[in-house]
Write a protein of this length. Structure first.
Length: 107
């Protein structure tokens, strides 16, 4: 079974047991449990039943996850260049995330 949840304006497809990186949350501690109630759709991975799609959210559907800690995303390099001026500059950025493990999907 899979679910599509919305968190901080981002839609994420999750299944039980998945490790997912979401936007950084300072208000949660490691080992805490988070419940996502903005579930957009729920479906069966085997394809035996039709997917349930909300308009915009499914009433009563929740996804429960455990917070594992903070994680860093990949380093993104941005380069600036001006021709004929001898100007080159490289800037790096690394986004911080909160890593969660999806425990269960409730309908």
């Amino acid at each position: 079974m899979y679910a599509i949840i919305e968190d901080s304006g981002t839609q994420i497809k999750v299944q039980a047991g998945d490790l997912v990186d979401i936007d950084l949350r300072d208000d949660v501690e490691d080992g805490a449990t988070i419940t996502f109630d903005r579930v957009l759709a729920i479906g069966d991975t085997a394809g035996t039943s039709a997917a349930k799609i909300g308009m915009p959210y499914l009433a009563g559907a929740t996804v429960t996850a455990k917070v594992l800690g903070e994680a860093d995303g990949p380093k993104v390099l941005v380069g600036k260049y001006k021709r004929r001026k001898g100007y080159r500059k490289t800037i790096g950025h690394r986004q911080h995330y909160t890593r969660i493990e999806v425990l269960s999907i409730g309908v």
